[in-house]
Write a protein of this length. Structure first.
Lengths: 198, 455
């Protein structure tokens, strides 16, 4: 460190009133009482949120429970490319691919399982997905009676999609983010898949 | 003829006080949580019937919780430490007046020529007792005053709202037993076999010993003015002459600060500073044993608030409202309410101070006790002795104590200012700020030292 980089900060001088503490304590007491009075007589400064009754308004990029997106025809969007399970640092995604029954893709996930207890909610699966099929939603109160209940299969993940669509709390990509080329609407699906192949 | 002691009334009073105390402590925890919440712009506990049943929920939870006794603790002391903490806190309450009281009459030996000669020892033989009584009755008849026997009759005719009335070492007993409370803390911390607990209890012992001195010195002035250690007599003196806080405001401030330290309340809560010591001396305690420590602490708080009310704020007395000779049900209820109101006021003050002043560092704590409060209390006590002895402006010279207190306070501020100002030599050598990473300031020219350390 050079000498000119040093900025000298002088602590404020102590006066007699500071030295005998009591006036300072009195001013502190006024602050304390002001806050207490504000809370008691006008509750506008109260920061408490009455949780189970009042729900927080979470931002759309919140990383909560996963969902598996559906395309326009209601099919699962996932193409079983294993990129999410490869990217997953917690190894909580388990996919079994099968030949696709639909002509527009080669594979589809026969089994798609996420262990929600193992997941660290980092959002890397979401980033890795080439077709924007997996997304993290704003649902945060994830509870269950057993560990088995917390292992989400394909149907459950798709139901999370239906639930969040119904609630109108779509994640940020679907609402106003730029979607990947592969997740264009079905009408332009051909160009989308062709651009992927090139 | 002597002062009666009614076992029945005492047992009723003890059970009433202990019952109210336990309920009161449980609700004080709720009040504390509520006030903390309000000060921090929060709502506070509002479940369980708007928070009103919260203490009951807490109590049930603490009773039903699993009792953990770690394997390597000293079991005997580990078990008795919370009990000691609670018992000492309860015992200190024995002599503290919590409602209307009147001082017990003093037997004066009028056989001597000097009428101010007071009997120090109760007459040992019946013959001596009779002669003292006859002299007293004659003196009363001559001076048209109330004889000792009638005074005793009057005194016995109404209930004294103190568990152990006419204890003449009252205030001394409170301090003696109150400071025994540190045994619970030390035993609990030591027997836990845990470094954090031990650190907490060691801090506690050092703190309590340090603050005993300003505590005692600040009350000494009141004792000197009253001429008695008996708390009922101290209250009566204030009823006759005005509250002690008017004469000795500085002593009141010192007393208040010291009892904060004695109760381990926030600016001085080093024994259990949870940010540094996990939980302090009660780290290893769980379930009801932990609750007993908590109870002991809050009981201590109530006792000291009662003491503050009795010693400096006139006990049950409020000018123009209370009549010392009114022993009707309404009068007693009024005095009771006034005493309770003052006490609750102090307790709330305790809780507000908690969110006003930050915790002291340990060296600052010791600095405050030994270098600031001890000299100030000594100076103010010396001034009081001078004023009482020489009476510079006649009979009412005790009022001088008020400006003198202010002068002592300001004087100490000036002296402190002179002392804390750095000398000219030390201000010349500038120390550049190179960060305070590990809690020490690094000087530029200390490179050599660092190199020699191999860093």
């Amino acid at each position: 460190m050079k000498a000119e980089e040093i900025s000298w900060v002088k602590s404020p001088e102590f006066g007699v009133m500071d030295q005998i503490f009591l006036p300072a304590i009195f001013t502190g007491m006024v602050t304390t009482l002001t806050h207490m009075g504000n809370t008691l007589f006008s509750s506008k400064d109260v920061v408490t949120q009455q949780f189970p009754e009042q729900r927080p308004n979470l931002p759309a990029n919140y990383r909560g429970v996963h969902r598996l997106n559906r395309d326009d025809e209601g099919r699962v969007k996932c193409v079983a490319c294993y990129m999410c399970s490869t990217a997953c640092p917690a190894h909580c995604i388990d996919i079994v691919a099968a030949p696709s029954p639909w002509p527009d893709r080669e594979k589809y996930p026969e089994v798609f399982v996420i262990d929600e207890l193992r997941c660290i909610y980092c959002g890397m699966c979401e980033q890795a997905c080439p077709v924007d099929a997996i997304e993290l939603t704003t649902l945060y109160d994830l509870t269950g009676h057993s560990r088995e209940e917390m292992i989400f299969n394909k149907e459950k993940l798709l139901s999370v999609f239906d639930k969040t669509v119904a609630m109108g709390t779509d994640p940020v990509r679907t609402t106003h983010g730029r979607l990947g080329v592969a997740s264009e609407p079905a009408s332009r699906g051909v160009t989308g898949s062709s651009s992927m192949q090139t | 003829m002597s002062l009666e002691f009614s076992l029945l009334i005492t047992v009723i009073l003890i059970s009433a006080v202990l019952g109210c105390l336990n309920g009161g402590v449980a609700y004080l925890i709720l009040v504390e949580r509520k006030i903390s919440a309000w000060v921090q712009d929060r709502v506070g506990p509002n479940r369980a019937f708007y928070g009103i049943l919260q203490p009951i929920c807490d109590g049930v939870k603490l009773l039903l919780k699993e009792e953990m006794i770690p394997k390597y603790v000293d079991k005997l002391f580990f078990m008795i430490a919370p009990a000691i903490a609670l018992i000492t806190a309860f015992m200190a309450l024995a002599v503290v007046p919590f409602g209307p009281t009147s001082p017990s009459p003093i037997l004066v030996d009028y056989r001597q020529n000097s009428p101010t000669y007071k009997l120090a020892v109760w007459p040992s033989t019946q013959v001596e007792y009779d002669s003292v009584m006859i002299a007293d009755r004659n003196h009363a008849a001559e001076n048209k005053s109330v004889s000792f026997e009638d005074q005793v009759k009057n005194y016995n005719s109404h209930i004294q709202f103190v568990l152990a009335p006419h204890v003449d070492i009252g205030i001394l007993l409170v301090f003696a037993i109150g400071s025994l409370g540190v045994y619970g803390v030390i035993l609990g911390g030591w027997s836990s076999n845990n470094k954090y607990s031990l650190l907490g209890s060691l801090r506690s012992s050092a703190q309590l010993i340090s603050y005993e001195i300003p505590l005692g010195l600040s009350v000494l002035g009141v004792v000197l003015v009253t001429g008695s250690l008996n708390l009922e007599r101290i209250i009566q003196h204030q009823v006759d002459h005005g509250w002690n806080v008017l004469f000795q405001p500085l002593a009141m401030v010192l007393f208040g600060t010291s009892i904060f330290a004695e109760c381990n309340r926030l600016p001085f809560d080093l024994p259990e500073s949870e940010q540094e010591l996990v939980g302090g001396y009660h780290t290893e305690y769980s379930s009801m044993k932990f609750a007993l420590f908590l109870f002991g602490e809050y009981t201590h708080m109530i006792t000291t608030s009662f003491l503050m009310m009795a010693v400096f704020f006139g006990g049950w007395h409020l000018p123009f409202i209370t009549d010392p000779n009114d022993f009707s049900v309404f009068g007693i209820a009024l005095k009771f309410a006034i005493a309770a109101g003052k006490t609750v006021g102090f307790i709330i003050f305790y809780m507000l101070i908690r969110w006003t002043i930050l915790r002291f560092r340990f060296d600052q704590l010791m600095h405050l006790a030994w270098k600031i409060m001890l000299p100030i209390s000594l100076a103010s006590f010396t001034m009081l002795v001078f004023i009482i002895h020489f009476k510079p402006i006649g009979q009412e010279s005790i009022w001088l104590m008020c400006p003198v207190s202010l002068a002592v306070l300001l004087g100490s501020g000036f002296i402190g200012l002179r002392i804390s100002k750095p000398s000219a030599a030390s201000t010349k050598t500038k120390v550049p700020y190179l960060g305070h990473g590990a809690g020490y300031s690094v000087q530029q020219d200390s490179k050599i030292r660092f190199e020699s350390l191999g860093r």
